[in-house]
Ligand binder design. Sequence first.
Ligand SMILES: Cc1ncc(COP(=O)(O)O)c(C=O)c1O
Length: 262
Amino acid sequence: AHAYTRTAGEASKFGVPWPEARDLFRRFGGHRGIRLAGLHVHLGSQILDLEAFDDTFARLAEWIETLCADGIELEYLDIGGGLGVAYREDEQDPDPRALAALVQRHLGDRGRRWRLVVEPGRYLVAPAGVLLTRVLYVKQSGPRKFVVTDAGMTELLRSSHYESYHRIEPVEWLDRPPELVDVVGPVCESGDFLGRARLLPGVAPGDLLAVLTVGAYGFVMSSNYNQRRRPAEVLVEGRCARLIRRRETLDDLVAAERDEEV
Ligand SMILES: Cc1ncc(COP(=O)(O)O)c(C=O)c1O
């Protein structure tokens, strides 16, 4: 995972290190006004190798034993989210059943029952989202060729912010020789790109491109930077398409602006 999506470890602002968590349980375990109900862990995001969960659940099982020895019984176990998705052509979606098997191995059948809470986000929604963008122009600049699209970091921040990879494909079959191009947005930042060094069939202004797997951390991270208006969202179910969010207008951009005495 990218450093920005890692939430575990001592360098992270999230959570409480285990020794401190144990102290908290000891200090407040017998408190009249406080019921310590459970443990919550969240490793980070875009985890494709389930070994990270394996290690964590093994440790969680140890912690539960320790708390039990301290006389603390838990009601909830929350294993957080983090299950990744295949963004690249050579990646594969992890199998949630394998995750369930790890839970079962480390945390199941210990003569205790707890409510298990899982918080998958990306895994559920990322593959459902596609960003459609039109090619505005194609620019040769020295050895590099730039395909400038009408979407960029304001519509999909992930490429720029996390250097994430999203597959980009022409919507229609283009029978043209492939070229190595940078697909970039129209915003005034060099970091405004959707994909770098991509092999695409020679695209031309007017062509429509699909940026894939953008259903998670996509639209929700969009912005109005550069006075950009957010695009419309369309929900497709089978052969039925419904507009579920209209394209923003100039009026939307200034709607909250005021000149009032405070
Ligand atoms: C506490 C917690 N749970 C779950 C999630 C969802 O993570 P993901 O989309 O990687 O499954 C997040 C994401 O930041 C989180 O902070």
